[in-house]
Design a protein around this ligand. Sequence first.
Ligand code: SAM
Ligand code: SF4
Ligand code: SF4
Length: 380
Amino acid sequence: MNKKIIPIMDHRRLDVDAAADRRPVVATAEPASVSALPDVVTDKLDRPLRDLRISVTDRCNFRCVYCMPKEVFDHRYTYLPQDALLSFEEIVRIAKLFIARGVRKIRLTGGEPLLRKNIERLVAMLSTLRTIDGDSLELTLTTNGSLLAKKAHALKDAGLTRLTVSLDALDDTLFRKMNDVDFAVADVLRGLDAAHQAGFTHTKVNMVVKGGTNDSQILTMARYFKDSPFILRYIEYMDVGSSNGWKLDEVIPSAEVIRRIHQEFPLRAIAPNYDGETAARWRYVDGGGEIGVISSVTQAFCQSCTRARLSTEGKLFTCLFGTQGYDLRTLLRRGDTDDELSTVIARLWRARSDRYSEMRTAMTSVAVPLRKVEMSYIGG
Ligand code: SAM
Ligand code: SF4
Ligand code: SF4
């Protein structure tokens, strides 16, 4: 394999102050209250509802081998028609109802969220919302970075709090093969640079580690992002959906990732930023910043999972590995009131007992013969 590595950008050149004057365009703060009194809910395992992930499109311009393999997502694949998608107004209405039930953080995802037309308008609409405690909402977005160079400033100006950019390799040949649409690493790095210039801080870089495919990049990525403004996170390859042909022996456990990096750059574990953080954090002993590992397979974190997911067409899933969502769009479009919708959301959350990853861990390689929802549809 061609081991060419693209030129490494010099993070020290990046001008943090350049964007300091660009303040987000934030309209007047708007509390997310509905007519019912705010009422936080907990599920059957006593987990509160804290995070909402919203998929804004089921389409993507990449065909990552572990997510939208070309053999399944080819020209015959049928995506959702435009009128099936929740409108921005519908998304904001649902978001407010969730916030009134305790949500503090919203992540926009997809598919590729930057493909959704005028996504910055949705960001601006959501960024005016406040939590039930009156705090600013944490509003984040996960992207493959392909359109970030174009969109970073608009997203910042619209009030997006933070960004996560996916990047699975620095080896250009390998990266082109993994995204399977011949997209260059340099263009994602340009997007990261643009995010930094726009004033985004604490930007995460997500690398899905697939054994035998890109594990050669574990150290390459660590070297590159050490001492940079970006926080690299290694994600265990998951059995999301039903089309990526997942095999347990292609999962590189996070413990192994840490072991390999620690040999070259000593690391020490540090405390999570908040309860329920998905990534375990590690800091370079020499002060070179931090990395994270997300061990969804080998060290499941269902016990502290506070995430609900809203699909592109308005179905609510209480677990990434769900097989069926609850159709909130029909309720919205037939004219249910906020109180009625809020009651449904609370009922669904109270009934939640999902802990798929813990059960998968317990069963290890036992196959689960259910048709699970695809990651590109429900959002990561
Ligand atoms: N298209 C955007 C992107 O790639 O960042 C957002 C959606 S993508 C589904 C969200 C995240 O899920 C990405 O970081 C991606 O790498 C991750 N992901 C997708 N399939 C995965 C899998 N099978 N195992 C682990 N992570 C996966
Ligand atoms: Fe697209 Fe993101 Fe899935 Fe890759 S991981 S195919 S970029 S949705
Ligand atoms: Fe949450 Fe389901 Fe993932 Fe467990 S498997 S952490 S319940 S999304």
